[in-house]
Design a protein around this ligand. Structure first.
Ligand code: PLP
Length: 433
């Protein structure tokens, strides 16, 4: 008998949180680390939302409440999500969670039998891949290519759909790439799903970045395409839109009330309910006329930073960076830097069992953090399966412009520090798990 159950070998993690101790360690030695690792807006929670949360606390709205989510919030979600997508949503199909993250694992537990297949974008939010093998399902990564603006179309999806497909996860605007899909692309994707997948296959559309779009673009949801709302689990939340990651507030719209009840039962089993005072803050966020200007101010700031950071990265020899259309990340290709610094050679020299736990981009990531004090994320952290030979970093631009400018200076310096990298490899042992 062993202490720990074998299934723990099959769950992944979100490394953006895992590198925290390295950062704390550097800071405790007096180093200033520029943190571009976490996906968290650096703006304060808009005052009108904060005031409502405080008011709810003063009303003593701090007790257990409906595990599905309080009715005023479910009504506000139904109204807001429905109006923006031109679909009809009833509050009995809305379920509220502590963030946009829990429904990812819940969906896999609710829909997948062992052997069922989950199609998911890679690079993508790590929690998609993390749960698949844990629930006994089979991962089917859908590669988002730099050459296609980190998006995909129906033709990319079609070969992955089989009669074992159970869930198809889509995420636009996307983490980590900021890619979005046009209405035409979504129509093509929907056509393929309707033609090839049974009506029981669910599309899990993670739209948590729905409000963070640049250059005047409007969010398009796959649920808005004819015949898709009845197959789609629509997910969003307060963390990114309102700079409220610590509020732990997210929601999903299920195609049927029966499915909503299963998600509600997951809440009952795991969390009982989301804090009611937070949920009432969510009602204010979704219904107040003060919200849109506050969100726009943040998005304008992200767009300005995006332009500075993308131009700065493209000016560095060995780095090329696409311009993201949404979210608050840039996803530079660092293949040239890995080549010229000797990272690829250093990786090739590692023992195979170490190689399988790291990548050249991961090695550069740790060099950048430990020697040049910039915290970024490696490609491997956004879906390890099939990530070999893909040399990218993710930098969050939800950091003030002075820090981002300093990060560019440090990345430039790191990108030419061949001697420093050689020394680093002598003194440090991958894979830094
Ligand atoms: N989905 C995506 C694509 C994300 O990037 C994140 C957070 O980074 C989440 C879901 C989870 O958000 P939350 O903090 O609301 O749980």
């Amino acid at each position: 008998m062993t202490l720990i159950a074998a299934r723990n070998q099959r769950i992944g993690t979100e490394n953006a949180f895992k590198i925290g101790p390295y950062i704390t360690g550097l800071e405790s030695q007096g180093h200033r680390v520029i943190k571009c690792n976490l996906g968290e807006p650096d703006f304060p929670l808009p005052a009108h939302i904060r005031d409502e949360v405080k008011r709810q606390l003063d009303l003593d709205n701090v007790h257990y409440c409906d595990p599905q989510g309080v009715l005023p919030l479910r009504e506000a979600v139904a109204q807001d999500m429905g109006a923006k997508r031109n679909i009809s949503i009833t509050p009995d199909r809305v379920v509220v969670f502590p963030g946009g993250k829990p429904p990812i694992g819940f969906a896999q537990q609710i829909y997948c039998e062992p052997g069922d297949e989950v199609i998911y974008p890679t690079p993508g939010y790590p929690v998609y891949e993390s749960f698949i093998e844990y629930v006994g399902a089979v991962p089917k990564p859908l590669h988002l290519e730099e050459s296609a603006g980190f998006s995909f179309d129906g033709a990319d999806l079609a070969p992955l759909i089989t009669d074992r497909t159970k869930l198809i996860i889509v995420n636009f605007p996307s983490n980590p790439t900021g890619g979005v899909a046009t209405r035409d692309q979504l129509e093509g994707i929907a056509d393929v799903i309707k033609a090839k997948a049974s009506p029981d296959v669910r599309v899990y559309s993670d739209e948590i970045y729905e409000n963070i779009l640049f250059d005047g673009q409007e969010h398009v949801s796959i649920a808005s395409i004819q015949g898709m709302a009845e197959r789609t689990i629509l997910v969003s939340g307060a963390s990114k839109s309102y700079s409220w990651t610590g509020g732990r507030l997210g929601w999903a719209v299920l195609p049927t009330v029966e499915e909503a009840m299963l998600f509600k039962n997951m809440n009952i089993n795991y969390i009982s309910c989301v804090s009611p005072y937070t949920q009432m803050g969510g009602v204010t966020a979704l219904t107040s006329p003060l919200t849109a200007p506050a969100v726009q101010e943040m998005v304008d700031a992200f767009q300005g930073r995006r332009d500075v950071v993308v131009a700065g990265l493209n000016a560095i020899d060995g780095i090329s960076c696409e311009t993201p259309s949404g979210a608050f990340y840039v996803f530079p290709n660092i293949a040239g830097v890995c080549e010229k610094l000797g990272v690829i050679d250093a990786f090739d020299a590692l023992a195979p069992d170490i190689q399988s736990q790291t990548s050249p981009a991961s090695m550069f990531q740790m060099f950048l953090l430990l020697e040049h004090r910039v915290a970024a994320m490696d490609r491997r952290s956004f879906g390890a399966i099939g990530s070999e030979g893909r040399h990218f970093l993710r930098l969050s631009i939800a950091t003030n412009i002075d820090d981002l400018s300093e990060a560019l200076v440090r990345i430039e310096k790191a990108s030419t520090d061949t001697a420093g990298f050689a020394r680093f490899m002598k003194e440090n042992t991958p894979p830094w798990n």
